[in-house]
Design a protein around this ligand. Structure first.
Ligand SMILES: Cc1cc2nc3c(=O)[nH]c(=O)nc-3n(C[C@H](O)[C@H](O)[C@H](O)COP(=O)(O)OP(=O)(O)OC[C@H]3O[C@@H](n4cnc5c(N)ncnc54)[C@H](O)[C@@H]3O)c2cc1C
Length: 362
């Protein structure tokens, strides 16, 4: 006898775990299926920044990201689990006049001259054109955040099957079946591997390597950010330095080239930083869509089947807002039209001769 729920979610990364929480919170019965263990894939590789400003893509992305930051704040106030939510924000450095001008358009930032940066943070390489503090761009511990969402979902009655690899979703009268479970609604949240469940879905990966340093004595009140690279001060006093951007890579190993690149990033921010002891190195695959914006929404031609995947550099940042959008689609709440259009999975599903880009394996 199969067990019936309202929603089955495939994939237990930050996206699947947050979808589990917000759908369970809406009163739906939820089952999460994960082929390994939850929060161990790309989610574990992330630095955990909620960089709504540093990762700005367009206005729809921005309003979505800001909403997600607010949802994290609310979840943090309510969560029984400490998931490393760290105030302070991101200090974006300006090393050219053009970068200073680009930062100056943000009214919510505090803009600092080079002298003010030196005064506040004597350890860092002085940015010639100053820097801007974005206090709301806080960070979280990504693995702990995913686990916190899952634990909160479980408390609301959600259930979990780990080590179950979904290879196909069967259609049945009442909806969909996966192994011993049937559901009215299916949410594919398999990160980069989502493409394997949806023929024609355009998804590539960009490998990122990071290192974590035992940087005793360096006290950073902010995450330092410049041109996609960063140093994130974790609550335990360590620093995460990231990250490389390596398209077309297929192995998840860290390597010498990555070590060199990360040392160079570290030195660009803080002289001598690369000589601190390395506690850990790791790599992950960022799931990339056709336009770097995620696929969130109903899959064309598949009633009650949704995807929430392809969050590229921003899956941690966008997880709660993504989950709430999926919840709203499922329960029939209104969703902003521009969000439906911007994140529509249709833009990444191509068939046969109409293929606009060559599909790459993940
Ligand atoms: C180096 C690096 C740094 C990053 N830093 C940041 C950052 O600071 N801030 C930020 O917002 N984002 C960051 N990211 C991006 C972020 O990590 C990803 O966007 C996010 O983790 C994607 O989450 P996900 O849940 O979609 O995917 P995953 O974490 O990959 O989870 C997907 C899960 O689905 C499971 N799965 C897949 N297929 C199946 C199947 N068929 N059956 C069952 N289970 C399945 C997988 O096992 C996996 O557990 C970073 C990424 C990297 C690599």
């Amino acid at each position: 006898m199969s067990q019936k729920v309202d929603v089955i979610i495939i994939g237990g990364g930050i996206i699947g775990c947050s979808v589990a929480y917000y759908t369970a919170k809406a009163g739906l019965s939820v089952h999460l299926v994960e082929r390994g263990s939850i929060a161990q894939a790309t989610t574990r590789a992330a630095a955990g920044m909620l960089g709504a400003h540093s990762e700005y893509l367009n206005e729809t992305f921005y309003s979505f990201a800001r909403e997600s930051q607010a949802l994290y704040q609310a979840f943090c106030n309510h969560s029984e689990i400490d998931f490393g939510y760290t105030a302070g924000g991101i200090l974006q450095l300006a090393r050219t006049e053009e970068e200073r001008l680009a930062l100056s358009r943000w009214h919510e930032a505090t803009h600092l001259s080079p002298e003010q940066v030196c005064e506040r943070m004597p350890d860092i390489v002085p940015p010639p054109f100053g820097a801007s503090i974005f206090e709301d761009d806080v960070h979280v511990h990504p693995e702990k955040a995913a686990l916190a969402f899952w634990k909160a979902a479980e408390k609301l009655g959600a259930t979990l099957s780990e080590h179950v690899h979904v290879t196909k979703v069967e259609t049945v009268d009442a909806g969909y079946r996966i192994a011993d479970w049937t559901a009215t609604h299916i949410v594919i949240a398999g990160g980069a591997a989502s493409a394997k469940l949806l023929p024609g879905l355009q998804m590539t990966t960009v490998k990122g390597q990071c290192m974590q340093l035992d940087a005793m004595g360096i006290d950073l009140p902010y995450t330092l950010f410049h041109q996609g690279c960063y140093v994130v001060p974790r609550l335990d006093g360590t620093l995460v330095v990231g990250a490389t951007m390596e398209p077309d890579e297929s192995d998840l190993q860290t390597n010498i080239a990555g070590n060199f690149a990360l040392n160079a990033i570290a030195e660009r921010f803080i002289p001598g930083l690369s000589r601190f002891p390395v506690l850990k190195r790791w790599a992950g695959f960022r799931p990339k869509t056709v336009d770097e914006l995620p696929y969130i929404g109903q899959i064309p031609g598949k009633e009650n089947m949704y995807i929430a995947a392809g969050h590229f550099r921003n899956g941690i940042l966008l997880a709660p807002a993504t989950a709430c959008m999926i919840r709203d689609l499922i329960v029939g709440h209104e969703v902003h039209t521009e969000r439906i259009e911007t994140f529509d999975p249709k833009r990444g599903i191509f068939h046969g001769a109409n293929n606009r880009t060559k599909r790459q394996p993940v």
